[in-house]
Every structure is written in structure tokens, then in C-alpha cells.
Design a protein around this ligand. Structure first.
Ligand SMILES: Cc1cc2nc3c(=O)[nH]c(=O)nc-3n(C[C@H](O)[C@H](O)[C@H](O)COP(=O)(O)OP(=O)(O)OC[C@H]3O[C@@H](n4cnc5c(N)ncnc54)[C@H](O)[C@@H]3O)c2cc1C
Length: 297
């Protein structure tokens, strides 16, 4: 086995990683856990109950790959870190291009690109989300089930319970519209108008790290370098200053509409559209206007 793509799902970031892997090695095969994703490739499927990063890594390592590629998601990075230890390999995260052992990867939240060399017989790479193009390939998967040789300790850390978020299954990473709030909203209660606006636009609510640090929203809502990286059609940051670490998570947005009381806030310089004013007045005014034009008022 040479190149393996660890595919959590055939979603946008998964298909980006698969396309990246095919460019790196046209013979790349896929490894998946639980169910085979619908992709045109040889797919090795291991039956493991629920998310257990060390067990998933064991499944990958048991196929003895010389190169492993995954999407740079929380799970992709975690599983490949374990696999790198098991395979005695070298791992590079946030890679955007690779040829042989030469790679280009994002550093400092994507604000600079670094060229590097992977020294090691086994190379592992996670692909920076929304940084490489998807190349469509048609065909059915050729599924090859296998049983990885798990050790008792491999399932000590595992997911035992799942709690649905209020977004009704729409994830922050995949939502077409994200309405994010920052410290400028003043409190957890300040997010109620954003929930309403996001609901009317078919989107979800995100936030800055200042908000998660204050305990107003869970970390799963955080956009940025240490949160979720998003690429929605429309991003609406409200009461967010636009720190580098926040922008690292939303630079893939197609359009950015910023609402901020400070016309000099850094985010205003990168926004496609900017509204200067008090969010607590502007957001309810937008939802009221949406209701009016939709005949809902
Ligand atoms: C290692 C590291 C990693 C980090 N990772 C992340 C990350 O992943 N995501 C992230 O977001 N940050 C991250 N940060 C933190 C980042 O540097 C900023 O501190 C944070 O993004 C600021 O959040 P904010 O914009 O909500 O708050 P502030 O910077 O305080 O900005 C608040 C904004 O609200 C505006 N405002 C105030 N009142 C109103 C009002 N009534 N109406 C409208 N606007 C108003 C102000 O003009 C201001 O622009 C990280 C920092 C470090 C060091």
C-alpha cells in the first residue's frame, strides 16, 4: 500500500483532501470507518463502533501506508497525529500543495505559506480546509472490509454520547450563510437577534473567541484559527473586530458583510459590504425588513 486517504465523509473538505491525494498519487486508495463513502476509489472499510481516535489511527496504520492524507478537520488532525506515532512517520498539517517530500503548507493561520521537506519514510499530511479545488471523479467505490488489530487501550478515549445542536443538523463548516457575533454584542442574550437572522437566511450562528472565552457560546460555534474554518456564500460578522486569528477562519467566505460601530475596525477593510452602527439596532432592523419583503409582518 502506498498512498491512503483517510476519508471521514464525502463532504466538501473530504473531497478536497481526496482530490489533493489524487494529484499527489493517482493510485491513492481510501480508508474509512463504519461505512464506505460514495467515491470512485478502492475503499478499505473498518468496522469500529463510534469515534475513537486511537482505534481509527490503528486501522489506518494496520494497512501499512507510506503516505497518509486527510482533511485538516479536528478529527483528521487528531487521527493522523496518532497514526504518525504508530507508523513512526512525519506529519505536516494545513498542507496546500505537495510533490514527493516537498510540501507547501499554511502557517500563522494562513497568513503565510511555508515550503518544507518531509524527512521520513512514512509521510502524513492534513489538507488545509477550503484551500484546494475539488476535482470530480465518477464511479462507484470498490469496497474492501477489513478488521484492524485493535488493542485494549485503543478505545479508552471514545465518543459515548452525542447531543444535537439547535442548528438542526446544519454544521458551521458547511452552512451557506454564517451570522457571527463578537464581544460587541455585550452578552449571551445579545445573540437572540442573530439566531433569528440566521434562521431567516437558512444559516447558522457562529462567534469569535472573545465570546467563547466569556462563556456566551460553546467552542463549537467559534470561527477562526483555533475554531472552525468556514467558506460560506455569505459571512456576516457582527460586533467582531477582525483579528488575524478570526480572519484565518473565514477567509474562504465568498462575500463578507460586516456590521460594526467602529468604521476603523480592521474587519471593515476586508468586508465586501459594511454597515457602521450599533448591532443591537441594525440586526433587528434587517430582520424586520426581511419579514416585510417576505410578507411575514
Ligand atoms: C493563539 C490565538 C488563537 C486565537 N484564535 C482565535 C479564533 O479561532 N477565533 C477568534 O475569533 N479569535 C481568536 N483569537 C483571539 C483574537 O486575537 C481576538 O482577541 C478575538 O477574535 C476578538 O474577538 P472580538 O472581535 O469579538 O472582540 P474585540 O476585538 O473586542 O472586538 C469587538 C468589536 O465589536 C465592536 N462593537 C462594540 N460594540 C458594538 C456594537 N454595539 N455594535 C456593533 N459593533 C460593536 C467594536 O468596535 C469591535 O470592533 C486567538 C488569539 C490567539 C492569541
Amino acid at each position: 500500500m502506498s498512498t491512503l486517504v483517510f476519508l471521514e465523509a464525502a463532504d466538501d473538505v473530504g473531497l478536497q483532501a481526496l482530490s489533493f491525494a489524487r494529484r499527489y498519487d493517482p493510485a491513492a486508495e481510501v480508508v474509512a470507518i463504519g461505512a464506505a463513502p460514495q467515491v470512485a476509489a478502492t475503499v478499505h472499510v473498518a468496522e469500529i463502533d463510534g469515534y475513537a481516535p486511537q482505534a481509527w489511527a490503528r486501522a489506518i496504520a494496520s494497512l501499512s501506508p507510506t503516505t497518509v492524507i486527510a482533511a485538516g478537520t479536528d478529527r483528521g488532525n487528531e487521527v493522523l497525529a496518532h497514526a504518525a506515532v504508530m507508523l513512526d512517520g512525519v506529519l505536516a498539517a494545513n498542507v496546500v500543495a505537495a510533490e514527493g517530500d516537498r510540501i507547501t503548507r499554511q502557517r500563522w493561520g494562513g497568513s503565510l505559506l511555508e515550503e518544507a521537506q518531509l524527512h521520513g519514510d512514512v509521510k502524513l499530511m492534513t489538507v488545509a480546509p477550503h484551500a484546494v479545488a475539488i476535482e470530480e471523479a465518477t464511479g462507484e467505490p470498490t469496497v474492501q472490509p477489513f478488521s484492524p488489530p485493535l488493542q485494549d487501550t485503543d478505545t479508552v478515549a471514545r465518543v459515548v454520547e452525542r447531543v444535537e445542536t439547535s442548528a438542526g443538523g446544519l454544521s458551521l463548516a458547511e452552512a451557506p450563510v454564517v451570522v457571527s457575533g463578537g464581544r460587541g454584542l455585550g452578552s449571551a442574550e445579545g445573540f437572540a437577534p442573530l439566531e433569528e437572522l440566521a434562521g431567516m437566511l437558512g444559516g447558522v450562528v457562529g462567534c469569535s473567541r472573545a465570546v467563547t472565552m466569556a462563556g456566551w457560546r460553546p467552542h463549537t460555534d467559534q470561527v477562526g484559527q483555533t475554531g472552525t474554518k468556514i467558506a460560506p456564500d455569505l459571512y456576516i460578522p457582527i460586533g467582531i473586530s477582525g483579528a488575524t486569528q478570526h480572519m484565518a477562519g473565514c477567509k474562504g467566505a465568498k462575500k463578507l458583510l460586516a456590521i460594526n460601530s467602529d468604521p476603523e475596525a480592521p474587519i471593515m477593510a476586508t468586508a465586501d459590504y459594511a454597515v457602521v452602527g450599533d448591532a443591537l439596532e441594525i440586526v433587528p432592523a434587517i430582520t424586520a425588513e426581511l419579514r416585510r419583503v417576505r410578507g411575514q409582518s
